[in-house]
Design a protein around this ligand. Structure first.
Ligand code: FAD
Length: 409
């Protein structure tokens, strides 16, 4: 490497911005170029389906760093710069405008893109996806004009936009592909919490419901035809059917791809000078002994740090359990942990006297794999300790809110 090396980061999201910050914090004094496809400086996405969508947070509050931060830290922020190719042999990236940049070390942090609905009529006007700040702003405007929305998909994005649409006074119909919203994440034991939450707020949930076609008039969507032939009218549709990692660049460059870009515990790809972080990284997790890919905010933050350190030759790894949060109506929850391929064999509810306050634990062979605290704060660290301690836990103790969690690990 040269005396003053050049590091390039592709993708101006959470992972990319935190990596740039960490490089400077760790004393890196070479060149840092952050190439972002969007016109905006890196921002956080969670508010886009929550406070920002509901008009409770202003635009300035969503950015990872204030705009002057980049110049102050000599990070060359190149916005509206989509990288279109990567050549590991010459260590060069090329942008859509034909600009070429060479790197000594490269970080790929290109995130995810929403999966598209693949049914007739999916390209009608009035069909929305939510990934970027502009998507959120468009939805907010549309919420002020529409009366009926159908949301396709009952994952996190579908549920959070349902809550925002109800807050805006819309009639909301939510298409759930299975028996319950979030069933694939929370299982049949805990998913009813979110089912009841949305029903009690007036959302019309349709179970085992899939969209067969969207219909429209003069190019504008007017409703959804379900695969069982039922018809639901709508002024707008929101599609939340998951995301796919943006691995095109890496794949074309010949990097190893398998459910994302395959990286080791230091986030190094199959090319030793190229690293990957955030939603796109299928990371070897030393604690779990397997690769995992996580599409959550905290993972992007943590991996931005780890990737930057690895680019500098440091060997820090992240073995913390995954972490996720959501806010819907008056429910706030944090989820900590990773359910492995073996699944779980027991679910424990630690119910507090206020019926809205509960912690749910998922266990496998008496060891806590994951925990979800709802409307209870300052326990996520304890849940993390319960998981990482690997201790066999007495289920009665776990269920009893009078027994401090701290006494169990
Ligand atoms: C609406 C919404 C709400 C969310 N809410 C939560 C939540 O409550 N809790 C939670 O834990 N997680 C939440 N998430 C998930 C979380 O935001 C993501 O996990 C996180 O943003 C991933 O960060 P990232 O840096 O990997 O990717 P991204 O944030 O997707 O950033 C990647 C960036 O790279 C750019 N890019 C892509 N390709 C190129 C290219 N070729 N050249 C240049 N730039 C490129 C993209 O335009 C994008 O700006 C939410 C996501 C969304 C969309």
């Amino acid at each position: 490497m040269n005396a003053k090396p050049s590091f390039v980061i592709v993708g101006g999201g959470m992972a990319g911005a935190i990596a740039a910050q960490t490089l400077r914090e760790e004393g890196f004094d070479g060149k840092i170029t952050l190439l972002g496809q969007e016109p905006n400086a890196p921002y956080e996405r969670p508010p886009l389906s929550k406070d920002y969508l509901q008009g409770k947070a202003d635009r300035d509050s969503i950015f990872v760093h204030p705009e002057p931060w980049y110049a102050e830290h000599a990070v060359e922020l190149s916005l509206g710069s989509a990288v279109t190719s990567l050549d590991p042999a010459t260590r060069t990236v090329t942008t859509a405008t034909g600009a070429q940049l060479s790197y000594d070390r490269l970080l790929l942090a290109t995130g995810s893109k929403p999966r598209r609905l693949d049914v007739p009529g999916a390209d009608l006007d009035g069909v929305y996806y939510l990934r970027n700040v502009e998507d959120s702003e468009r939805l907010k405007i549309e919420f002020g004009q529409a009366k009926r929305v159908v949301i396709i998909g009952a994952g996190w994005i579908g549920l959070e936009t349902a809550a925002a649409a109800r807050a805006a006074g819309l009639d909301v119909t939510l298409l759930v592909s299975g028996d319950l919203p979030l069933q694939h994440v929370l299982g049949p034991e805990a998913a009813p919490i979110f089912d009841e939450l949305h029903r009690s707020h007036g959302v019309d949930l349709r179970y085992r419901a899939t969209a067969a076609a969207l219909a429209g008039r003069q190019g504008m969507v007017t409703g959804v035809m379900l695969s069982d032939g039922k018809w639901i009218e709508a002024d707008m549709i929101i599609v939340g059917v998951g995301v796919a990692p943006r691995t095109e660049l890496a794949a074309a460059a010949g990097l190893k791809i398998d459910n994302g870009i395959v990286v080791d515990e230091h986030l190094q790809t199959s090319d030793p000078d190229i690293f990957a972080a955030g939603d796109i990284a299928h990371t070897y997790n030393l604690r779990l002994g397997r690769h995992i890919r996580v599409e959550h905010w905290a993972n992007a933050r943590r991996q931005g740090v780890i990737a930057a350190k690895a680019m500098l030759g440091q060997d820090e790894v992240d073995v913390r359990p995954s972490y996720f949060f959501t806010d819907q109506y008056d429910l706030s929850m944090e989820y900590t942990g990773d359910i492995g391929p073996a699944g779980y064999d027991r679910v424990i509810f630690r119910q507090h006297s206020d019926a809205r306050e509960v912690i749910v634990f998922w266990l496998y062979e008496q060891r806590v794999q994951a925990g979800m605290n709802i409307n209870i704060w300052d326990v996520a660290d304890d849940i993390e300790r319960l998981i990482t301690s690997g201790r066999s836990i007495n289920a009665d103790d776990l269920a009893d809110p009078a027994i401090p969690l701290t006494s169990l690990f």
